[in-house]
Write a protein that binds this ligand. Structure first.
Ligand SMILES: [Zn+2]
Length: 256
């Protein structure tokens, strides 16, 4: 068993302090720190569910992936995983970094999908309800565990319409971040209102959460449902009922 003298401890602390100073100087060379500094200066929120694409260029992304790779290497080292000799762990740090930026959190770093709007303002314009079913993949910001489910997006058409696939593109763009289902439901409603100009929007999500299935309570069949209602969906019981009935019809057509 190794015993430490107080002298050892003092030396170790001095070493750590020195390293801390080195880290501080070194950190300033990270692009991620420069971007964080800018966002703080602009009072731009950069939570796991926020889009920060205005602060990141396409070239920045490859530098950020390099920096995250280095950080994930440290995480693997701290977890005592032999990334030098274990063939399955070689390259894992880079795979993780790329996966975060390009896939599971891509919605933070990419601009909103462009949703060309078509006029819906003639005499015989569509005035009914539209319900779109969108499959979603996300991760929870608490545990970075997968969340998978379906969103049903309902709107009463306003004076413009967007392509049907755009509802799903917008929903997926919101989902591919670190989210909470409650927050995600709100985000999708807000972005759909923005893209369609409709004040009357409903979003219902049902999803299973990896953080409840793979750990913690290990509940294999737990399902979480959230609903956000805006405009007539909230105030008119008939509209709300039509939305909920449509969801049931959709579920008969394509069970989750
Ligand atoms: Zn979680």
């Amino acid at each position: 068993m190794t015993t430490f003298t107080s002298e050892d401890l003092k030396n170790a602390l001095a070493g750590a302090e020195q390293q801390d100073d080195d880290n501080k100087n070194y950190k300033e060379t990270y692009l991620a720190d420069a971007i964080r500094f800018k966002m703080k200066r602009d009072k731009k929120r950069f939570w796991a569910g926020d889009n920060i694409s205005d602060y990141i260029s396409e070239q920045d992304k490859s530098k950020l992936i390099d920096e995250a790779t280095e950080a994930f290497e440290t995480v693997l080292d701290r977890l005592l995983i032999d990334r030098e000799n274990d063939p399955n762990s070689q390259g894992t740090a880079r795979r993780l970094a790329k996966m975060y930026f390009n896939e599971i959190m891509a919605g933070r770093y990419e601009q909103a999908p462009d949703a060309t709007a078509f006029p819906n303002d003639t005499e015989d314009r569509y005035q009914g309800m539209l319900v779109v079913r969108s499959e979603l993949r996300s991760i929870c910001s608490h545990h970075h565990q997968p969340v998978s489910g379906v969103a049903y997006i309902g709107i009463i058409a306003a004076k413009k319409l967007i392509g049907l696939s755009k509802y799903t593109r917008i929903a997926q763009w919101c989902a591919r971040r670190g989210t909470l289902q409650e927050e995600l439901c709100n985000d999708i409603a807000r972005e759909i209102m923005k893209a369609t100009g409709s004040e009357n929007v409903g979003v219902y999500i049902q999803a299973v959460h990896g953080c409840c299935e793979n750990r913690g309570i290990m509940a294999h069949s737990s399902l979480t449902q959230t609903t956000v209602l805006r405009g007539a969906f909230e105030t008119d019981p008939g509209t709300k009922k039509e939305f909920m009935d449509n969801i049931k019809l959709q579920q008969e057509f394509a069970p989750r």
